[in-house]
Design a protein around this ligand. Structure first.
Ligand SMILES: C[S@@+](CC[C@H](N)C(=O)[O-])C[C@H]1O[C@@H](n2cnc3c(N)ncnc32)[C@H](O)[C@@H]1O
Length: 178
């Protein structure tokens, strides 16, 4: 239910540049911590899985690091809205929004995958990434304890680094490198 609510909310908010900026603002520090634990830089090509209608993860990654981001979503309406938002931010040369379900292998080489809280099924997506990415580098947001039942569980994996956040829905991000 929370997942569907957020997906719908993002589609509504995406129509306004002003509301989109308000929606994105609380994530700026989150992205700073995530970028730091994974050492994301301008040489990276990032696969942002489950970008939603307001692809704030992709936007902040591109703005803060100059990395190239493939922002993917399996929902066509989210993809169209995200393309519009990326255009408003004039980031079309840094972010390509693509309709794609992450359970299928992605057709371009990437150096880092970034799994959104709502992406699912997480275990299958991780298996596909492991088969197709060398080296395997992943950032994955983990829900706060009390919201865990609303999200697909992330498989047991050892994190190289963690970033902790004071956000309602998610408490940390794992950085995994294999
Ligand atoms: C509501 S968004 C939130 C993401 C947020 N805007 C961000 O920048 O991190 C989560 C999206 O994940 C997408 N999604 C869930 N599972 C997916 C999968 N297997 N492949 C691609 N997109 C997926 C949903 O369609 C939804 O639009």
């Amino acid at each position: 239910m929370i997942r569907q609510f957020i997906a719908r909310l993002e589609k509504v908010v995406s129509h306004s540049r002003w509301l989109s900026a308000l929606y994105i603002a609380p994530y700026k520090k989150v992205l700073d911590r995530e970028i730091a634990i994974a050492n994301v830089d301008s040489d990276d090509v990032v696969l942002n899985i489950g970008c939603g209608a307001i692809p704030f993860t992709a936007i902040l990654l591109a703005q803060k690091t100059d990395a190239f981001v493939y922002a993917i979503d399996r929902d066509l309406r989210a993809v169209k809205a995200a393309q519009r938002v990326v255009g408003k931010y004039q980031l079309q040369d840094r972010i390509k929004v693509v309709l794609h379900d992450a359970v299928e292998p992605f057709s371009h080489d990437v150096t880092l995958a970034f799994l959104s809280l709502q992406a699912q099924p997480k275990a299958k997506i991780v298996d596909v990434l492991k088969e197709t990415m060398r080296p395997f580098r992943l950032l994955a947001r983990i829900p706060a304890q009390r919201y865990q039942r609303f999200y697909d569980a992330f498989p047991e994996m050892e994190a190289k680094k963690n970033a902790f956040h004071n956000m309602k829905a998610f408490e940390k991000t794992l950085y995994i490198e294999e």
